[in-house]
Design a binder for this molecule. Structure first.
Ligand SMILES: *Cc1c(COP(=O)(O)O)cnc(C)c1O
Length: 248
């Protein structure tokens, strides 16, 4: 940060750069860019753990009142989070025993469904999700496909190439050599249009994306366009952005 004016521009989102260490910093930036490149994604946000990344990816997509359709063969702690933690935040999950039962998945999609979530290769069952088929079902209904790609790593499998909108990882596992370091990452393909009625969190004006001193009130979609989701993932981890009406 070169000056107070530069700091103001950074926090208003008017300039690109590092404002505060928790939001983004040069070390994490390298990791985020490299994993985004490995996945063929547009951008990424790193986390302190895989569970933090899974939670942020899903909470930002679903928000209160939203539902997620998920494979029951997920990593156990993800099932626990969706079974008992997310409902405390108003997010319910429709679990399916076989995520490749496309007719059932499609049947479960309702007006409140905000995402389909599966592991590319499930931990520990090693069942493989049909990412391309799930992506086309999801996209037919205007919802994103979020894939936990921890087990194969992008070295072996790249779900974004097959149509997934978001890939999440626990780099604690294969990417970092199994527990040598703890981390999580959310990679955004940058293709999904979140600015629809199904996702009011992206079109509603909010504190974290607005600068009412200088350029007024914004939503994630109006301010960041195709990067609305990944900016939501980054900013909601780092500051309150509760919805608020524009100040006069
Ligand atoms: C381990 C794991 C996680 C959670 O990662 P942590 O870094 O342990 O929090 C999430 N998803 C899958 C598939 C995992 O194997």
């Amino acid at each position: 940060m070169q000056s107070a004016a530069h700091g103001d521009a950074l926090s208003a989102g008017a300039a690109e750069g590092f404002s505060y260490f928790r939001v983004a910093n040069p070390t994490l930036d390298v990791l985020e860019r490299r994993i985004a490149a490995l996945e063929g994604g547009r951008s990424a946000v790193a986390f302190a753990s895989g569970m933090a990344a899974v939670s942020a990816a899903l909470l930002c997509a679903a928000e209160v009142g939203g539902r997620i359709i998920a494979a029951r063969n997920l990593y156990g702690v993800s099932v626990d989070a969706m079974d008992s933690l997310f409902p405390e935040f108003g997010i319910e999950t429709d679990f399916v025993d076989d995520i490749n039962d496309l007719a059932l998945v499609e049947l479960l999609i309702g007006p409140d469904t905000r995402a389909i979530f599966a592991e590319s290769v499930a931990n520990p069952s090693t069942e493989v999700a049909d990412v391309a088929a799930l992506a086309s079902v999801a996209h037919r209904h205007g919802i994103p496909l979020i894939i936990d790609n921890t087990v194969p790593t992008p070295y072996l499998f790249r779900p974004i190439e097959l149509g997934a909108d978001v890939a999440v990882h626990s780099p604690t596992k294969g990417i970092s050599e199994h527990g040598n370091a703890l981390g999580g990452i959310v990679v955004d393909a940058g293709r999904f249009d979140w600015a629809t009625d199904r996702y009011p969190q992206f079109t509603r004006q909010g504190v974290g994306v607005s600068d009412d001193c200088n350029d007024g009130w914004h939503s994630f979609a109006s301010k960041f366009g195709i990067d609305a989701y990944i900016r939501h993932v980054r900013i909601s981890n780092t500051c309150a952005h509760s919805a608020r009406s524009p100040r006069r």
